[in-house]
Design a protein around this ligand. Structure first.
Ligand SMILES: *Cc1c(COP(=O)(O)O)cnc(C)c1O
Length: 428
C-alpha cells in the first residue's frame, strides 16, 4: 500500500468507505449524531455490546449474589482467565499467557517487581525519553525500592529529533549493566511503532529481559509476543479496546516464566484449585493468572466482554490493514490540503513504523483543538503543541477523515482559532 495515491475529493472518500470491509462494525458503536470521534486512542467509544454486558453483570449480581463467583452464565471467578484467552489472539499469545487484571500502572509495577532482578553489575533499566510519564514514575520507584538511584540506574534513550526513537540507539545502550528493558510498542505522541521483534532478539542476545507497554497498539496493531519471545507486556483496555473509562487492564507473561513467584503476590496469585484452602503457603498458579493480586474488579471488566465480541467478528490483521490504509490516506490529505499552514507531521510515514494515530505539530495546537471540538470533531491534545487524531478502524470513516482535513484547513485559513484562548484544560 506504500505507493497508493489518493484523490482529494469527497466522492473518492465515499468510494473508500463503500469498499471498507469493516464498515458494518461502525453500527456496533454509539457515535453521537454528527460527531467525528478521533480520540479512540485515549478513550474508545461505548459499543452496544459493551453496554449490554455491563448491564448483564449487574443482573447477575442481582440474581446470584455471592454465588455469582461460581454460578450463572459467566462465573466471575474465572472471568479474568476467560477474557485473557479471548484476548490472546490480539497479541499473538497462547491462551494462558494473558490475564485481564489491574491497571496499566499497577501492571508495570507488578511485572517490573517480578522481572527486575539486579545482580552483580547488571542493575540498570532502559526506557526512553519519549515514554508516557507513568511508565517512568513506576520504573523510578521500582529502582528506588531496590535501593538504587534512578538518576544513575534508569537509562533514558534520547530521541534524535524529538519524535522518533531509533532502534539502533536502544540496542547500542544494551550493555552488560542492563538488567531490564521496558519500552512502549507505540510512542504515545508521535505514534511510532517500534520493531518489537528485533529489539527482543537483541536484548536476549545480551541476556537482558525485555517487556513492552502496549497501551497505544493493542486492538489496533497485531503483535506476535509468543513467537517473538517477548518476556512480558501490559496494556490498557480502555483505548483501542473500548472497555470503558478506567476499565481493567491486561498483561502477558511468556510461558517460559510460568511458575516464577510474582513480585507482588496476593491470594489471586494462587493456583485456583488451592486458593480457597486458605493456606499461608502460596502455591503459585502456573499461568499469567499468577500475576493477579486480589479480587478482580468485575464491574470494570464487564464492558470488555462485549467489546471483545466485536473484535471476534473480524481479525486484528484486518483491523491493521484498514488502519494503515486510513492513516496513509489521512497523511496524504494533510500533506496536500494543509501544506503551508504551519502543520508538521510527527508520525512516521512508513507502514512498519506507523501506529494507529496521526500526530500533528502546530504552534496553535491548543486553539486548534478547541476549534475542532466546536466543529464537532473530537481530537486529542498533548502538551505543548501536538494534535493527535486517531482514525480508529472499527468506527471512523474515510469521509470523517476527509471532513476533518477540510475543517482543519478552514480553522487556519479563516483564522477560526483566534476566537479561543490558549489555556489548556485539566485533562489533556
Ligand atoms: C494510557 C497509557 C497509560 C495509562 O496508564 P493507567 O494506569 O491506565 O492510567 C500508561 N502508559 C501508556 C503508554 C499509555 O498510553
Amino acid at each position: 500500500m506504500g505507493i497508493t495515491t489518493f484523490d482529494n475529493s469527497l466522492d473518492y472518500a465515499k468510494s473508500l468507505d463503500a469498499q471498507d470491509k469493516l464498515s458494518a462494525l461502525r453500527e456496533e458503536f454509539y457515535i453521537p449524531e454528527g460527531m467525528i470521534y478521533l480520540d479512540g486512542n485515549s478513550l474508545g467509544l461505548l459499543s452496544k455490546r459493551a453496554e449490554q454486558t455491563l448491564l448483564d453483570m449487574l443482573q447477575s449480581w442481582k440474581n446470584y449474589n455471592i454465588d455469582g463467583w461460581t454460578s450463572g452464565e459467566d462465573p466471575w471467578f474465572f472471568l479474568p482467565e476467560r477474557l485473557g484467552k479471548l484476548m490472546a489472539p490480539l497479541v499473538g499469545a497462547e491462551p494462558e499467557e494473558v490475564i485481564v487484571t489491574g491497571s496499566t500502572t499497577i501492571n508495570i509495577h507488578q511485572l517490573v517487581a517480578t522481572f527486575y532482578q539486579p545482580q552483580g553489575n547488571r542493575t540498570k533499566i532502559i526506557a526512553t525519553s519519549l515514554d508516557f510519564p507513568t511508565d517512568i514514575y513506576a520504573l523510578q520507584s521500582q529502582i528506588r525500592l531496590r535501593g538504587y538511584d534512578p538518576e544513575t540506574h534508569l537509562i533514558s534513550i534520547e530521541s534524535r529529533d524529538g519524535r522518533i526513537i531509533e532502534e539502533d540507539d536502544i540496542i547500542a545502550a544494551m550493555s552488560d549493566e542492563v538488567a531490564l528493558i521496558l519500552l512502549p510498542t507505540v510512542l504515545y505522541r508521535s505514534g511510532q511503532l517500534l520493531d518489537i521483534e528485533r529489539l527482543t532478539a537483541e536484548a536476549h542476545k545480551r541476556g537482558i529481559v525485555i517487556g513492552f507497554d502496549g497501551c497505544h497498539s493493542v486492538g489496533a496493531i497485531p503483535h506476535y509476543f509468543s513467537k517473538w519471545d517477548v518476556d512480558f507486556a501490559l496494556w490498557c483496555n480502555y483505548k483501542y479496546l473500548n472497555a470503558g473509562p478506567g476499565g481493567v487492564a491486561s498483561l502477558y507473561v511468556n510461558k517460559k516464566h510460568f511458575g516464577r513467584v510474582p513480585g507482588l503476590t496476593g491470594w489471586y496469585s494462587s493456583r485456583k484449585d488451592k486458593q480457597f484452602d486458605m493456606e499461608h503457603t502460596l502455591t503459585v498458579e502456573h499461568s499469567a493468572g499468577a500475576f493477579q493480586t486480589g479480587t478482580p474488579h468485575i464491574l470494570s471488566i464487564a464492558p470488555l466482554i462485549g467489546s471483545l465480541e466485536i473484535f471476534a467478528m473480524t481479525s486484528i490483521e484486518e483491523i491493521r490493514a484498514k488502519s494503515l490504509h486510513i492513516t496513509q490516506y489521512f497523511t496524504q490529505l494533510v500533506n496536500d490540503a494543509l501544506a503551508g499552514l504551519g502543520f508538521t507531521l510527527m508520525n512516521p510515514t512508513e507502514d512498519p513504523r506507523r501506529g494507529g494515530h496521526i500526530s500533528l505539530h502546530h504552534e496553535e495546537a491548543v486553539r486548534i483543538c478547541k476549534a475542532l471540538k466546536d466543529n464537532n470533531i473530537i481530537p486529542d491534545y498533548r502538551a505543548p503543541n501536538i494534535v493527535r487524531l486517531a482514525p480508529v478502524a472499527l468506527y471512523v470513516t474515510y469521509e470523517d477523515v476527509w471532513k476533518t482535513v477540510q475543517v482543519l484547513k478552514a480553522i487556519i485559513t479563516e483564522k477560526q482559532y483566534e476566537k479561543y484562548d490558549s489555556q489548556r484544560g485539566v485533562v489533556a
